[in-house]
Design a binder for this molecule. Sequence first.
Ligand code: SF4
Length: 248
Amino acid sequence: MKRDAIHRRNQELRNATPQEILAWAARQFEGTLAVSSSFQPLSVPLLHMVSGIAPKTPVIFLDTGFHFPETLAYRDRLVSDLRLNLRIARAKEPTDPSDLASRTDLYKRDPDRCCYLNKVEPMAEAMREFDAWVSGIRRDQASTRTTAEVVEEGAGVVRIHPLANWTARDLFQYMHDHNLPDHPLFERGYISVGCAPCTRPPRAGEGERAGRWAGSEKTECGLHTILRPGSRVASKADADPSDGLEKA
Ligand code: SF4
């Protein structure tokens, strides 16, 4: 899509619901649309909408090899319950065995590189066959995301964010209204869940994503920064605490 077409579409979709945005994307990019999901506690509303509006859409899950077993179990449950068209993307196996060994604790030494190898590169590779990418990013998640538009262009594809205008409270309400299951770690205080070595539950008063790469300056893996035009790897200084995370 050309820049002026994207601008026009954002104007048209400014007050649209996530379901209307998703339905537009499914029509506009029929057969060339993919959704990404990390199957974390607030992923299920978007997946539920996909299952109802565009059920054949491939759902790409990045298997970094570092996920909590609870996330993998939740993924499998949702794939079965919602009949999702799951696709698993992984980093390419290094040809040099010493390279493989060096990656096992790369998250400690160089988390940006670890995320690049395990998330950014495999996602870029997986998206080669698609023209448009739906993801669940929201403006209220962190200050690194406050400028997210409903429709953007980046990494050679059109990026669509049906939940851009929604808050965590909206998602909890949707889960309640549709009786959707919780991630097994939610009851232990986790809200934003990534790889196990890089995630802890947020503490009282902290923002939704404060437990990601806690104790470091890193706040984003790069999927929503490196793969967006004119963006950069964000630092903790950009993160905003957000409130309103209690379940409806
Ligand atoms: S979140 Fe942590 S373990 Fe997962 S890819 Fe990034 S640095 Fe590696």
